[in-house]
Design a protein around this ligand. Sequence first.
Ligand SMILES: Cc1cc2nc3c(=O)[nH]c(=O)nc-3n(C[C@H](O)[C@H](O)[C@H](O)COP(=O)(O)OP(=O)(O)OC[C@H]3O[C@@H](n4cnc5c(N)ncnc54)[C@H](O)[C@@H]3O)c2cc1C
Length: 357
Amino acid sequence: MKGQPEGIASYIPFAMDVTYEPVLIAGAGPIGLACAISAQRRGLDPLVIDAGALANSIARYPAGMVFFTTSERLEIGGHPFVSAGPKATREEALKYYRGVARAEGLRVWTYTKLVSAARRTDRIECEVHVRLGSTRLAGARLVLATGYFDHPNRLGLPGEALPHVSHYFDDPHLGYGQDVVVIGGKNSAAEAALQLFRAGARVTLVYRGREFPPTVKYWLRPDLENRIKAGEIAARLGAQVTDITPCEVGIVRADGAAERLPADRVYALTGYHTDFELFRRIGIAVDEVSGKPRINPGSLETNVPGVHVAGSLTAGRKLSEIFIENGRFDGEKIFGDAASRTRAERVYAGLRREVGE
Ligand SMILES: Cc1cc2nc3c(=O)[nH]c(=O)nc-3n(C[C@H](O)[C@H](O)[C@H](O)COP(=O)(O)OP(=O)(O)OC[C@H]3O[C@@H](n4cnc5c(N)ncnc54)[C@H](O)[C@@H]3O)c2cc1C
């Protein structure tokens, strides 16, 4: 069979509705695509599936967002990433990753979601949801590169599912002339509040902390604090949200008083988390403290033989440890030979030194 990996001596006939692929990669984010390039360059003909669009997490970034990483550090497969400035925008990154997928001739099935996977003696069988139903795929190897961005930390409050409430900040322009409540106090909430204010929204920022955390970027903090001091952005620090209705957000303020804030739009930017449920369904062991999947650091293989993890999914609860610039070599660890693995490790070690880890 074309592309059949070494070690899979014969192809076991499956039921008609199971398609066999030598390598399945779940997640067409930067790291899933990098893994696919590494596999393809070893003649393995991988199939990449994504629950959303190609690079769906980046597609969900706010319009016009600028990366904090310089463009060359977002490169995969050695394809040069040329952006107008030193740091790319969301739109440039989407164009780049589309271009790479096309240049490499990668097979990518978008809007195809991995729901579960089970190890059989000779293969890994996957249950997959497609737009109009579900199907089954089987592979000799499965790489999970599904990130964390699909799993927002929900508030668990009445009204959270209303259509004007979102866990993703999309476009500040949409807030023009509106009362907008931003829930959260970290970078994404700070950035959203500032952008919405500049796009002509009446913004109230609600944060449960009594002050903004030290991790707020040094160029955002003074801007935000000055806008709050000037009364241009309203802030309720030390406040708890109690409920959301179609036109208000209920809070209990730091002084214990209840208040209802007008809200035409609500952005609940309270972070994201790893899909531990997917690990559980597949049987992947996880470190209890860090939430990181237990893996062979050389090959990123989990305790389930043939199932690997890559990219930000490897970070468990330490989401800020793995991002594009240091996850993009994971494909070489999984599919490369000893030399390419060592090279990937070296580049990664160099990066870690540069970022002071
Ligand atoms: C606003 C913002 C700015 C950022 N800026 C930077 C930056 O400047 N530099 C940097 O290095 N990092 C940055 N990051 C982090 C970066 O986006 C992530 O580290 C990166 O996207 C991780 O890549 P990944 O391929 O591991 O996961 P993702 O990019 O999250 O890709 C995962 C893919 O898997 C798909 N998926 C999820 N579940 C399933 C499933 N069950 N079946 C099939 N597909 C599934 C998703 O649709 C998605 O396309 C930023 C993040 C945000 C939110």
